[in-house]
Structures are given as structure tokens and as C-alpha cells.
Write a protein that binds this ligand. Structure first.
Ligand SMILES: Nc1ncnc2c1ncn2[C@@H]1O[C@H](COP(=O)(O)OP(=O)(O)OP(=O)(O)O)[C@@H](O)[C@H]1O
Ligand SMILES: [Mg+2]
Length: 364
């Protein structure tokens, strides 16, 4: 798939404008602080996920404005969709082909984007929530039903958390919620385990290309919901909820469930979350993302749009060569930002589109 048109209104420093995008390689250039990242961030918003830079809508609104929107045309093999999101500090409304959708979540899966950005090191070094979100977001791309399960789990979890805030509640009162959480939690973990097995296999291959000397990359789901045999059994999960119930009541917060899962990432057996160097972390992040791109392509029979924000400043020549080599092998829409001239690997591409961003305005 590719995004052929992007229309922004009151989005950060960007002018209200429509930008046409080529289906292959696109290089966005401009001096620091002129709006390159803002432009790719606007595109990323079309996925229905939160921005890769912030989870606060308010930051995306042009200063002094109360409302903003991003619309785009997403071209698939089977036809095109016009989608858009308008938002104010507390609200987001999604649109598809001229009609409002019930929830922005309904847009998920229409436009899939895999972004590489300087904040990505958190995928390895940040809190477990970064790794859960990464998994969940791309699992939704390949199996939209998964989102329903996640949302059903979140709703039940919120109700249980609210109940736990009350005083004098009993274990019996938690049970109806725990039954629901067992059912949805079991599905979530089962899906995560499967997805991660495929992803680990792909990522290991890419990692060997990037950083063979760092040793073998392994990814495994760390979840209390998986039993000793590495299986997901509802009995085990139900027993887990029962075991922590009185502790949860004492703590007044939840202590068990897939919202506490993590992904263990190891190189040669050593835990990357704690021990990987900057360079090692970067190679792992790239491998994970390239792995996700491959999986999406296998399952969707379509490529996601790739965004590389400022990666040149992040990568040494060898890694940058291998990254572009891996990405440009197939005709994917690949949008790259930088402050000077396009990376060497893009220069030979006769269909390369160059866009200049100056003070929020785009010149093709
Ligand atoms: N909500 C907002 N309203 C108006 N302007 C904003 C808003 N948020 C950020 N900006 C401005 O947008 C500019 C930053 O844009 P952006 O991060 O896209 O720059 P960039 O071209 O990617 O720069 P760099 O090369 O340094 O990465 C800054 O000048 C910043 O002040
Ligand atoms: Mg930038």
C-alpha cells in the first residue's frame, strides 16, 4: 500500500496544505526545526495509533488553535480509501470515505506504517509498555480482531481497577471480572506468543546481517500467564488471578494480567534491556522493525509505508547501507527525512521524489 495524498489542517507548524506523495522513495529535506518530522508524524497519525512522539493530542494542535485534522488517501491493491482524523485536546474523530466512523479504532489496519525514529531506542531500553505497544500495534495490523480482544480486556480491567479503589471489597466480588479477564487475557497472551515466535525468527535473521558479531538475538514473551511448559492454559490463568486477589485488595490495584507482560530480548543470553550498548540497541531495534515489515507483508500481501525519520544521524555507514539495502529490495513506499541530500542508496532511484519543507510549507 502507499499514501498518495496527505492533507493537514492546524497540525503543529505545518501550513494547511495537501501534499502528493510518490509510491516509492520520497526524500523530505529541510533545515532543523522546519517541519520534516511534523509531516511524517501527520502521516503516521493516519494509522489510528497515537503519534510516535507524544500521546497527547494537545501537542499536535497548532499553537493557539482548538482543532486540527489530517486526511489522506491510502492506495491498496484492491482500491483506495480516504481516511482522516480530526482532533481537539480531549477528542478524536475518525472518517472513512466521507463518513464518520464509530471510533478511531475502526481505522486501524487501513493504513499501516512502520516508522524508524530517534526515539526508538525505548523499544529496547524503555519500560515494558513500549514493547507491549509495539507488539499490539502490529498484531492489530495483521489481525484486526485482535483489537476487539484488547479493548474488551481493557474495559474489564478498568472496571476491576475501579472496584479495587473501593474499600471493604471481597475476593468474591472480583471473581466476575477475573473470569472475563481470564478469557480475554488468555486470547491476548496466546496471540502474543504466536506473533512473537514468527517475529523472533525474522528479527534473528536480520540481526545476523546487521551485527553478526553481537551474537544470536532471541525474543520471548515474559508473562505470568504462560505456564512452566510455555503453554497458555485458562486454568493456569484463572489460578493466577485467584492467587493474587487478596494482595490486589490490599494494594488497591491490579497485580496480574497481560497488561504486565514484557518481551525478553537477549543477545548471546545477555539481557539487552539492561546491558546492550547504544550500537547494539540500535541493531536490535532495526531488526525488530524489519522483522515486523516482513511479517506484515507475508500476512497482508501488501507492504506497509516505511518512515525513516532522521536515521542518517543515528546510523553508521555500514548499518545505514544494510538498512537501506533491506528496505529498498522491494518497491515499498519509503519516506526518508534528512537535512541535506538524499542518502546515496536513494540517489540512483529515478522515481525518487524530493520534497522540501520550509517553515511548515511543503515544496515539491
Ligand atoms: N503544536 C505546535 N504548534 C506550532 N508549532 C509547533 C508545534 N509543535 C512543534 N512546533 C514547531 O515545529 C518545529 C519542529 O518541527 P519538526 O520537529 O518537524 O522539525 P524538523 O524539520 O524535523 O527538524 P530536525 O531536523 O531538527 O529534526 C519547531 O519549530 C517547533 O517549534
Ligand atoms: Mg525532525
Amino acid at each position: 500500500m502507499h499514501v498518495s495524498k496527505l492533507k493537514t489542517y492546524n497540525f503543529r507548524n505545518l501550513a494547511d496544505q495537501t501534499v502528493q506523495l510518490a509510491p516509492g522513495a520520497v526524500y523530505i529535506t529541510g533545515l532543523n526545526g522546519n517541519g520534516k518530522t511534523n509531516l511524517v508524524e501527520a502521516l503516521y497519525i493516519l494509522t489510528g495509533s497515537r503519534s510516535f512522539r507524544t500521546s497527547a493530542n494537545a501537542e499536535l494542535l497548532k499553537w493557539g488553535s482548538r482543532e486540527s485534522s489530517v486526511f489522506g488517501t491510502v492506495v491498496h491493491k484492491t482500491g483506495a480509501d480516504e481516511i482522516g482524523i480530526s482532533f481537539s485536546p480531549g477528542e478524536r474523530t475518525g472518517y472513512k470515505n466521507g463518513a464518520k466512523v464509530e471510533s478511531v479504532a475502526d481505522l486501524m489496519g487501513v493504513c499501516s506504517v512502520v516508522a524508524f525514529s530517534p526515539t526508538d531506542l525505548t523499544l529496547v531500553k524503555g519500560s515494558p509498555s513500549h514493547r507491549r505497544k509495539f507488539l499490539d500495534r502490529h498484531m492489530v495490523d495483521v489481525q484486526p480482531n485482535y483489537l476487539n480482544t484488547l479493548m474488551a480486556y481493557q474495559r474489564a480491567l478498568a472496571s476491576k481497577a475501579a472496584l479495587l479503589k473501593e474499600s471493604g471489597i471481597s475476593v468474591a466480588e472480583l471473581r466476575p471480572w477475573n473470569e472475563l479477564l481470564t478469557e480475554y487475557g488468555g486470547k491476548i497472551v496466546e496471540n502474543r506468543v504466536k506473533f512473537l515466535i514468527s517475529l523472533a525468527d525474522k528479527a534473528k535473521g536480520f540481526h545476523a546481517e546487521f551485527a553478526q558479531t553481537d551474537g544470536e538475538l532471541k525474543l520471548t514473551l515474559e508473562s505470568d500467564l504462560v505456564n512452566k511448559e510455555g503453554e497458555v492454559s485458562l486454568d493456569h490463568i484463572a489460578a493466577g488471578f485467584e492467587r493474587v486477589a487478596s494482595r490486589e485488595i490490599a494494594l488497591r490495584s491490579t497485580a496480574y494480567g497481560p497488561h504486565r507482560d514484557d518481551v525478553a530480548i537477549t543477545l548471546q543470553g545477555s539481557d539487552c534491556r539492561a546491558f546492550a550498548s547504544q550500537g547494539q540497541t540500535r541493531s536490535v531495534v532495526l531488526s525488530l522493525k524489519l522483522g515486523v515489515i516482513d511479517l506484515l507483508e507475508e500476512r497482508l500481501q501488501e507492504s506497509p509505508t516505511i518512515v525513516l525519520d532522521d536515521v542518517d544521524s543515528e546510523l553508521d555507514a555500514g548499518r545505514s547501507d544494510r538498512l537501506f539495502g533491506a528496505l529498498l529490495r522491494k518497491g515499498r513506499q519509503t519516506i526518508v527525512t534528512g537535512t541535506s541530500t538524499p542518502p546515496q542508496q536513494l540517489v540512483g532511484d529515478s522515481s525518487l521524489q524530493i520534497i522540501r519543507v520550509e517553515n511548515g510549507s511543503v515544496y515539491s
